[in-house]
Ligand binder design. Structure first.
Ligand code: ADP
Ligand code: ADP
Length: 221
């Protein structure tokens, strides 16, 4: 079953002559682990942002289950993003004054809910961060900080997790740990995951790879 369907997506940024994304159609199945590869500036981040309701396309549509997300107004779209999309970036964007546990539960609390202790404990264990739950981001390695960011993305059990070069700032060992956490979420919880990467070793671990070049979708495997 398709969870997310992009139909003829085009994005032209103001003042640019050529579209950053040009007529891309794509269907993502529930439980898929998809990698997006392609040269720098080819439109990968633009595509990821459009899939996650972060930006609006110039034309085309994105459908999550039955919802045509760009028919939503700004308030509805913000709620959609908060509840249905987990975003992970190359740089972790953690709140420096909050602990590991507080950073992870922050989005849920902003949504007016409380994370059950057992759910948080299990996630911290999956992330290998039980010992660090009270630590501040400045007391963590880069790989640990990225695992906190992944926890923050996963805690609300979003329909889809979108990661833009999540290992781009990490060495090989930490990169593999990050990928292991994402694969575990995919295998154990059936979490649907889309990862942009430059790293062929990481793309090779995905269930499907698509290539974006000059804003267009090339054949994937
Ligand atoms: P990638 O993720 O593959 O590196 P991007 O999606 O970031 O590619 O960018 C695709 C193209 O769109 C690039 O030419 C980039 O400079 C341009 N671009 C991205 N974001 C903006 C923006 N906010 N305003 C104008 N141009 C942008
Ligand atoms: P990546 O290659 O990982 O996508 P970029 O450095 O291309 O990262 O983009 C980082 C941020 O800057 C994004 O939010 C993107 O939208 C914005 N951006 C990229 N290119 C441009 C541009 N030419 N003009 C304005 N904003 C841009």
């Amino acid at each position: 079953m398709a969870i997310l369907t992009a139909d003829h997506l085009t994005k032209k940024y103001p003042g640019e002559d050529t579209p950053a994304l040009d007529d891309v159609s794509l269907s993502i199945e529930a439980g898929e682990f998809l990698a997006i590869v392609g040269p720098s500036g080819s439109g990968k981040s633009t595509l990821l942002h459009l899939l996650g309701g972060v930006d609006r396309p110039t034309s085309g549509s994105v459908q999550l289950y039955d919802t045509d997300i760009y028919k939503l107004n700004e308030t509805q779209l913000a709620i959609f993003r908060r509840r249905q999309v987990g975003l992970i970036y190359q740089f972790y964007n953690l709140m420096p004054e909050l602990t590991v546990a507080e950073n992870i539960t922050l989005p849920t609390e902003l949504d007016g809910k409380t994370v059950p202790a057992a759910i948080l404990d299990e996630l911290l264990a999956t992330l290998g961060l039980q010992e660090k739950r009270g630590a501040l981001p400045s007391q963590l390695s880069g790989g640990q900080q990225q695992r906190v960011a992944i926890g923050r993305a996963l805690i609300g059990q979003p329909a889809i997790v979108l990661a833009d070069e999540p290992t781009g700032n990490l060495d090989q060992r930490n990169s593999q740990e990050i990928m292991d956490v994402l694969h575990q979420a995919n295998a154990k919880s059936g979490q649907t995951i889309v990862v942009i990467t430059h790293d062929p070793a990481i793309a090779a671990q995905a269930g499907r790879v698509i290539t974006i070049e000059d804003g267009r979708l090339k054949e994937g495997r």
